[in-house]
Write a protein of this length. Structure first.
Lengths: 256, 74
């Protein structure tokens, strides 16, 4: 069964996006990406070390995955926009995962600046995927300025806290005119499955794989979780009932 | 005796330095950066300078230069 996701005209067969940070080593990262089945991976843009630089991570990823540069850590629209422009030059991609951090402790998005920066970047021809609050109004504003998708947080970045507010994620999904990618907070495969069941179009996972005891096995689990959640969403869950409903037929019950 | 480039004070990736470079390409070479290296991007004073313009782009005292590349990220 094919069930591709389309963002800004680009079709992706896998609904699992994977971050590339924090793996025990580079080979483990490559193995995890392979196992996850992902087609879209995130990278950061950082100042080079002036003492010299080694083989770029991107040399290993290029041609195998679509790269989604982020603006992680940026706290001003100005820095985020410049980082996006540098990413476009470095990677020759218009896609950017726009992060604008409003608080260093929680890494919560600064929605006011985020909408402003997204607007500017869309006008400059970028395909913008903003990391944002699980807030239907913020997500609507981001879609209104032309973002290609929205990426609401499940819980705090790197926290593994799962989906703290499933009702809000479900609400965002039910109202969003653009694809919804759950970003941040996934801790294990059931979180990824839940995100998909709530109606998310895709899930972005990094730390939950990279910091797992067995990253490659967790990459497989995330892949299965996303697929299971998506299938369940398409199939449709049964309504919740207050009381039991026997599943075996009542007719012909043995009775003494 | 070869003519020495005039020393100018720049801010390179957030660090003040005085270098003998009059163009962006000269600066990058001075920093030991291979001009052919892929996936590099450079901005001067908040504006990206395309690779094709590195050779000609003049530097002025006080310029703020950012030299970046992609790294691991989430």
């Amino acid at each position: 069964m094919t069930d591709p996701l389309t963002i800004a005209g680009t079709t992706l067969a896998s609904r699992l996006f994977v971050g590339t940070a924090g793996y025990p080593n580079q080979q483990m990262l490559l193995d995890c990406l392979e196992t996850s089945g992902t087609e879209l991976v995130t990278v950061s843009i950082r100042r080079i070390s002036l003492e010299g630089y080694a083989e770029s991570l991107v040399d290993l990823l290029e041609g195998r995955y679509r790269l989604l540069p982020n603006t992680a850590g940026c706290v001003t629209a100005r820095d985020a926009i410049l980082t996006a422009e540098l990413a476009r030059e470095a990677l020759q991609t218009d896609w950017v995962k726009l992060e604008l951090i409003g608080d260093r402790e929680t890494l919560y998005p600064d929605v006011e600046q985020l909408v402003h920066a997204a607007d500017q970047l869309v006008r400059s021809g970028f395909t913008v995927l903003p990391y944002c609050n699980e807030d239907p109004v913020a997500c609507q504003k981001l879609a209104d300025v032309g973002c290609a998708a929205v990426m609401p947080l499940g819980s705090l970045i790197g926290s593994g806290g799962g989906i703290a507010n499933p009702a809000a994620i479900e609400l965002v999904c039910s109202r969003s005119p653009v694809p919804v990618v759950l970003d941040a907070g996934i801790g294990t495969a059931s979180d990824a499955a839940l995100a998909m069941e709530l109606g998310c179009d895709a899930v972005l996972v990094n730390t939950a794989i990279a910091k797992s005891h067995d990253p490659q096995r967790m990459a497989a689990a995330m892949r299965a979780g996303v697929e299971a959640g998506r299938l369940a969403r398409l199939a449709g869950r049964i309504p919740k009932r207050r009381f039991a409903e026997p599943s075996s037929p009542q007719l012909g019950l043995v009775s003494t | 005796m070869t003519e020495r480039a005039t020393m100018i004070r720049l801010r390179i990736n957030g660090v003040e330095d005085e270098v003998g470079a009059s163009t962006l390409a000269e600066l990058l070479k001075h920093q030991g950066i291979d001009l052919q290296a892929r996936f590099l991007a450079v901005a001067v004073n908040g504006a990206v300078i395309r690779r094709a313009d590195w050779l000609a782009h003049p530097l002025s005292p006080g310029d703020e230069v950012e030299i970046v590349r992609p790294l691991q990220g989430g």
